[in-house]
Design a protein around this ligand. Structure first.
Ligand code: ADP
Length: 606
């Protein structure tokens, strides 16, 4: 296509980058290579921060969590074929957790498809089962429309993953700058978002009446309420009505865990005995025992608030309110304001919950108070909890994965602010840790990020510590910059210092990764003598890793700080130093290999 106005034409990579920027994208995660390297480079020149990973899987997890934390689709960029397949992990994670995310992958040349082209795969079909929308751009002129379409789709209605396929031949086509501008303007006009119905006033009245007349009401909220930023409305609802509340694992922090109406420590009683449960942005899936006996009473009346009509139809609640959680809660609050009711502190239900919660907290605190060495899971978790609470506001974002580490962490660590907990989520995905840490640090630069991980979970993506480590030793970096500058000056070349720097400095994210190292999945080799038979009996157990692995040294390879700790004093000192430094660190905590249970709290499923 001809050049106009002396501006060079834009190729497909440049037009995708420009379209993303125009659609408001300012952060991307990914791995570059054929045929999309120029897309990332161009995006950076347009003001997009590109976080380069080692593996698309971790980058995809990062993009999904970024979508959750910000409410805007996280963007994953991958190469074709295997890059796209690795990225599927991220898109599927976004789909199952209902988080907004877009995977953008280069793909093989359309003209050679079916003849064994480089990294050939029908990527649109491969991603379809995990995405709300999976589209191939067939001509450069479709680029802006397709970009705006996937962004509109991923972020509206029930959030989820979308996929954009960029064939190599399309990336090599060109358009003039003037034509690109016309296409962009057209695309901006045509953005379509999923329409969410407005809940009728009569349904709100029904919901309030159910809550008002309940003897044992309960409010449950989850990550749908978090993504809707419903925390202020929920606080008002809980505090004006005096109804106890229960957060799901990632709903923790929407109201502080320390709130006097928190039923977290009396969970079994709360869900087992409540007669009306208002569930806001949480699914009645395995995490909430499908809303069925024996965990729930068979007579409980559910009021479900969810943005997805299908979700409500699936669960068949007593009352379903389809809509955005923040808006629906606001409507409920408004309705209550006209005729307020409050259970009050002496209400038998509130008293029963508080009594049970206090008993359970006291029992747990008695266990936590002991300094057990070699470490069990509780002693280091208490020390970490206290260190995190000591940071104050803004509270750190806690990333948690592993079987025992995550289970114990969920009970012991205290969440005081919304969206400060990321864990294995609805899909029970292990290996999300490092990606989530990086996403959290990028999404909330003012917060410290603390990962509390099992050694198995950490191992899935441990190489990404280079991405947080990203700090060449300060002296090394300065020497290298000076060397390049002096060298260039010597040759009478004026160096562009920022360009030199950008090649040398990675992201230096304030992430402290704490690895609970018990030498394997659930612990080390736990086989009974009868199980150790067969031709490979001398191999370690399938659950074992190298005992005493020096995980802390990994980060030191990249200029971060590593700590090996095995006593309370050593752990406290490492936490104090690394939290204050706000620099990448890995704390390798030696745990008794016999301390954890196989499969954590899900033993019945193994
Ligand atoms: P949790 O794991 O915390 O129990 P789930 O992921 O199971 O939460 O459920 C979250 C629910 O929230 C999903 O069914 C999703 O459709 C819904 N959701 C997502 N965004 C919103 C929103 N803005 N308002 C209301 N519900 C939402």
């Amino acid at each position: 296509m001809a050049e106009t106005n002396n501006h060079p034409p834009l190729d497909g990579n440049a037009l995708v980058a420009l379209s993303l920027r125009r659609a408001g994208v300012d952060r991307m995660f990914g791995v570059v290579g054929i045929p999309v390297t120029a897309l990332a480079t161009r995006a950076v020149t347009l003001g997009v921060r590109f976080i380069a990973f080692h593996n698309e899987q971790s980058a995809g997890y990062a993009a999904s969590a970024y979508g959750y934390l910000t409410g805007r689709p996280g963007i994953l960029l991958t190469v074709s074929g295997p890059g796209c397949v690795h990225g599927l992990a991220g898109v599927s994670n976004a789909a199952v957790n209902a988080w907004p995310m877009i995977m953008i992958s280069g793909s093989c040349d359309q003209g050679y498809f079916g003849r064994g082209d480089f990294q050939e795969l029908d990527q649109v079909e491969a991603v379809k089962p995990f995405s709300k929308l999976s589209v191939r751009v067939r001509d450069i002129k479709e680029v802006p429309r397709c970009v705006f379409e996937v962004i509109g789709k991923a972020g509206s209605g029930r959030p989820g993953g979308c996929y954009l396929d960029l064939p190599t031949d399309v990336l090599h086509q060109t358009v003039s700058e003037a034509e690109a501008e016309e296409l962009l303007v057209e695309a901006e006009k045509g953005v379509e978002k999923e329409v969410i119905g407005i809940v009728g006033q009569s349904e709100i009245e029904k919901a309030v009446s159910l809550l008002r007349h309940a003897e044992r009401p309960l409010i449950v909220f989850g990550k749908g309420a978090a993504i809707a930023r419903a925390e202020n409305g929920l606080k008002k609802l809980v505090e004006t009505t005096g109804i106890p509340f229960l957060p799901t694992p990632m709903g923790k922090g929407l109201l502080p865990d320390t709130h006097e109406l928190a039923a977290t420590a009396a969970r079994s009683l709360a869900i087992g005995k409540c007669d009306v449960a208002l569930i806001v942005g949480a699914r009645l899936n395995w995490l909430l025992h499908f809303g069925e006996p024996p965990k729930w009473s068979k007579d409980v009346k559910f009021i479900l608030v969810d943005i997805s009509k299908e979700e409500i139809e699936l669960r068949k609640p007593c009352l379903g309110l389809v809509g955005d959680a923040a808006k629906v809660v606001e409507m409920i609050n408004k309705e209550i304001k006209d005729d307020p009711f409050c259970l009050g502190k002496t209400h038998p239900w509130v008293e029963a919950i508080q009594k049970k919660a206090n008993e359970n907290v006291s029992k747990m605190e008695a266990q936590l108070a002991k300094d057990v060495v070699p470490f069990n899971f509780l002693t280091p978790m208490r020390i970490i909890r206290d260190a995190i609470l000591g940071v104050g506001s803004p509270a750190p974002i806690v990333v948690s994965e592993g079987a025992n580490t995550m289970d114990v962490g969920r009970s012991v660590l205290v969440q005081t602010e919304p969206r400060t907990r990321l864990d294995a989520g609805t899909w029970g995905t292990m290996g999300v840790g490092l990606g989530y840490c990086i996403a959290a640090a990028v999404a909330s630069p003012d917060r410290l990020v603390v990962a509390v991980e099992g050694d198995s979970g950490f191992g899935f993506s441990a190489m990404e510590v280079e991405c947080i480590g990203l700090e060449l030793l300060q002296t090394q970096r300065v020497c290298l910059v000076e060397f390049v500058i002096v060298h260039l000056l010597h040759q009478n070349v004026t160096p562009c210092i920022s360009a030199v720097r950008s090649t040398l400095v990675r992201y230096q994210l304030p992430v402290v990764v704490i690895v609970f190292n018990n030498g394997g999945v659930y612990g080390g080799d736990r086989r009974s003598p009868e199980e150790i038979t067969g031709p490979f009996k001398d191999d370690p157990a399938p659950t074992s890793f190298v005992p005493g692995a020096a995980y802390h040294l990994l980060i030191e390879a990249f200029g971060g700080k590593g700590y090996l700790v095995g006593t309370p004093d050593e752990l406290k000192s490492a936490l104090t130093e690394s939290f204050a430094a706000r620099k990448p660190a890995v704390i390798n905590v030696t745990i008794d290999p016999y301390a954890g249970a196989e499969s954590g709290r899900l033993q019945h499923k193994n």
